[in-house]
Design a protein around this ligand. Structure first.
Ligand code: SAM
Length: 193
């Protein structure tokens, strides 16, 4: 497997999130899917930390549960089969979350007709801002390869761009020499001061 961090967008996104997460911290996977990000977050926060993982599909929650049972070192994940729009109803630790990761789109090897939607994704990102600690990170991988994915990318970027610069730092990352419409990442950091 390649050691490159920038070649695979999802790898780059989780590598960046790692910098914001400490043992004992709280992290959120807003789109659990096959559980790869949830597993990475679980290992980062460790035995004394906690991960909340959301997905609207039972199939995704089951796949994530199975991956954790096989590979997680810790019993520290709360699996929630509900929309990430409800983040703040489940997370009591307001202002304490180190990172919220979104990997938008559909479940790989699943039903492609069930995918994230611009309106609910923006609502979930707003909810995430409400639970994030100062200095924490929201990471959003977007997929502009379809018309809906492009609209969602534009909506997320438009929202992130509108955030007040004295409170948030926003960064957008793409891979401009790659063919097609490769995924991009939008990061939102809540400033510490
Ligand atoms: N992070 C995952 C992984 O590591 O395998 C991949 C996520 S996959 C690209 C996107 C997931 O978002 C799908 O499993 C889909 O069911 C989920 N999803 C779609 N709409 C959602 C919503 N409103 N709330 C939570 N999850 C949603």
């Amino acid at each position: 497997m390649s050691d490159s961090i920038i070649r695979t967008t999802t790898k780059l996104a989780i590598t960046m999130a790692e910098k914001y997460i400490r043992e004992g911290g709280i992290a959120v996977d807003a789109t659990a899917g096959n559980g790869n990000d949830t597993l990475a977050l679980s290992n980062l926060v460790g035995a004394s930390g906690k991960v909340y993982a959301f997905d609207i599909q039972k199939e995704a929650i089951e796949r994530t549960g199975k991956l954790l049972a096989r590979s997680s070192l810790f019993d520290n994940v709360v699996l929630i089969c509900n929309s990430h729009e409800k983040i703040s109803s489940y997370i009591k630790e307001k202002g304490q979350v180190s990172a919220v990761v979104f990997n938008l789109g559909y479940l790989p090897s699943g039903n492609k007709n069930i995918h994230t939607m611009a309106e609910s994704s923006i609502k979930a990102i707003k909810e995430s801002l409400g639970v994030l600690r100062k200095g924490g990170l929201i990471s959003i991988v977007v997929y502009p390869g379809t018309e809906e994915g492009k609209n969602e990318r534009d909506a997320v970027f438009h929202f992130a761009k509108s955030l007040p610069p004295e409170k948030y730092h926003v960064c957008r990352c793409d891979t401009p020499n790659q063919p097609g419409n490769p995924p991009e990442i939008i990061w939102i950091e809540a400033k510490s001061l």
